[in-house]
Design a protein around this ligand. Structure first.
Ligand SMILES: [Zn+2]
Length: 122
């Protein structure tokens, strides 16, 4: 999954895709003393967090990510359409297995949103 896909999923979750203006490493001050503020929201991240933890972005490979997307699909009334999309993407026997693999589930969500965008229902 690429950044563009992760960004779309993050925004679907109504979460901030954090962006940083300045990412200078200042070793003389010590890596942890230099904080970075997201240019879009109020969050400030430590240097280590920004550089080592994927800039605070979700990886969309974890059970937590799967759960967040599942809850949001339900909350936004998109679950039925999503499940229909998933069933059309795989045969009945495989679809349940794919829905239980976090990375695959998240990728399916990404494909679902992309497909829906093409149909003008983004
Ligand atoms: Zn942010």
């Amino acid at each position: 999954m690429n950044d563009e896909m992760r960004k779309a999923l993050t925004e679907y979750l109504d979460e901030c895709w954090h962006e940083f203006k300045e990412l200078n490493y200042l070793p003389i001050l010590g890596a942890n003393t230099h904080d970075h503020k997201c240019t879009k929201c109020v969050f400030i991240f430590s240097y280590n967090f920004v550089f080592n933890k994927g800039r605070g972005h979700r990886t969309f490979t974890t059970w937590e990510d799967l759960g967040a997307l599942k809850n949001k699909l339900v909350e936004k009334g998109d679950w039925r359409d999503f499940f229909g999309f998933a069933r059309n993407s795989w045969d009945e026997a495989n679809v349940n297995n794919w829905l239980m693999v976090p990375a695959r589930f998240c990728e399916l969500c990404s494909q679902f949103l992309e497909e829906r965008g093409k149909n003008g229902k983004a």
